[in-house]
Design a protein around this ligand. Structure first.
Ligand code: HEM
Length: 422
């Protein structure tokens, strides 16, 4: 394959680009950052619909440097989230399902965010810590039993996927017997464009509307019989003196379930993949877990960048660096690239839990008003899962290449085999 000597090869708007090996992806973003810093500025990319029946939009500017991403992310008055945060256009049929606070601007965004913020503070996360630990322990026991019975173990299925799923379902008040259904719906929503999930708009609508209807039923139930879960808080909350409509609650539920589930899973998976590839770092972490696990969790999120991008639209003509984005044009913040910017992270494609400045990474956003609400929770889930694995299954190793999700939005792993002594 030819090297990415020019940015013309990097078709970021097409899934053909996203199925390439990660080293190739890295080369492309090196070239794009070079062009952005020392060439003509940001590149404008053509956009293709990644699902049949979707809409190919007019194209987008690519913010690829650490600084440009920060600027776009923080200037939320100039760069709007309304209308969608993934690079493609939102088909009108799906607006209702995905219309929650992540696609709102202030002042409405701040009001909605306040409703759930309390559920994610360090204090509340500490309160659910025990539940995270209990769940992680159970997963380890179940995997050991399965392996003892001679069954092959898939790391994603046995460890990385169920922990975040169970925690967010607990928080939302979803009963255990419905967890698998929530998992399947979130996979369809973020896996649209991957042949294992759905390749067309109809499939996406089936998944999203299934979850939307489920959420509304759960919401009605909590309206009648409140408990201490987030669904009850949201159903009884008021914005501008009015209760949330069923549709507002439904899309809120979808956001929390999808965001809480699909992201941390991939961080845990990529982390174990990299720790297996770098046994020296794994030993270092294992032997100094208390001191190093927080930085390691952040290095994993920096390196993996489970959310590859978020998109905005300019409210007026704005100049970022030497690029002018015209009113109404889209700009995509490539967090995956900001997290590898050579001016900030030396040899950024290298996984290194001893990096001095990992905490500055942009994996959870870049400091703007939409900064990840679940960052504290995700960090704890990652730490607790590895703590449990290192203590109970100390020789667990990834034994095959990851089967990657076809997506330019989520840096996902669908399956990845592992082995350990029982
Ligand atoms: C490693 C795991 C995670 C990563 C990498 C991640 C990443 C992100 C990113 C990049 C954003 C957008 C930030 C921006 O554009 O400024 C975001 C927003 C968000 N995340 Fe996370 N996230 C993770 C885990 C979670 C978890 C566990 C939850 C829990 C429900 C969560 C809930 C949210 C919500 C609700 C938003 C929207 C916030 C808003 O619009 O104000 N995330 N996340």
């Amino acid at each position: 394959m030819p090297a990415y000597r020019t940015v013309a090869d990097a078709h970021l708007g097409s899934n053909d680009f996203w199925i390439e090996p990660l080293d190739r992806r890295n080369e492309a973003f090196v070239a794009l950052r070079e062009e952005s810093k020392h060439g003509d500025g940001m590149c404008f990319h053509e956009e293709l619909s990644v699902i049949e029946g979707g809409i190919a939009g007019p194209g987008f500017w690519s913010a690829v440097t650490y600084d440009d991403i920060k600027e776009v992310n923080r200037k939320a008055d100039l760069f709007s989230s309304a209308g969608g945060i993934t690079l493609g256009e939102q088909p009108p049929e799906t607006l209702e399902f995905f219309g929650s606070m992540i696609v709102m601007d202030n002042p409405r965004h701040a009001k909605f965010r306040m409703l759930v913020q309390k559920g994610f503070t360090p204090k509340t996360v500490a309160a659910i810590e025990e539940s995270v630990k209990t769940r992680a322990k159970r997963l380890v026991v179940a995997a050991r039993e399965k392996a003892a019975g001679g069954e092959p173990i898939d790391f994603v299925e046995s460890f990385a996927a169920p922990l975040p799923l169970q925690i967010i379902c607990d928080m939302l008040g979803v009963p255990e017997e419905d967890e698998q259904q929530i998992f399947d719906w979130t996979n369809i929503i973020l896996g649209a464009g991957d042949p294992d999930f759905t390749l067309d708009l109809d499939g996406l609508i089936v998944g999203a509307s299934g979850m939307f209807d489920y959420a509304q039923q759960l919401g009605e139930d909590r309206l009648r019989t409140p408990t201490d879960d987030i669904a009850s808080v949201l159903m009884h909350a008021e914005v501008d003196g009015e209760r949330l409509t069923p549709a507002e609650f439904g899309s809120f539920f979808i956001l929390l379930a999808v965001a809480g589930n699909e992201t941390t899973r991939n961080a845990i998976s990529w982390g174990m993949h990299q720790l297996t590839k770098h046994p020296d770092q794994r030993e270092l972490l294992r032997n100094n877990f208390d001191e190093m696990s927080l930085t390691a969790a952040d290095e994993i999120v920096r390196w993996a960048s489970p959310v590859i991008h978020m998109r905005r639209k300019a409210n007026e003509d704005v100049t970022v660096g030497n690029t002018t984005i015209a009113a109404g044009e889209k700009v995509v913040m490539w967090y995956w690239s900001g997290n590898r910017d050579e001016d900030v992270f030396a040899d950024g494609h290298r996984f290194d839990i001893t990096r001095p400045n990992t905490k500055d990474m942009e994996g959870y956003g870049a400091g703007g008003p939409h900064f990840c609400l679940g960052a504290n929770l995700a960090r704890r889930e990652i730490q607790v899962m590895y703590d449990e694995i290192f203590r109970e299954l100390p020789d667990l190793e990834i034994t095959g290449e990851p089967d990657r999700l076809v997506s330019g939005f989520i840096n996902g792993i669908k399956r990845m085999p592992c082995e350990f002594s029982v």
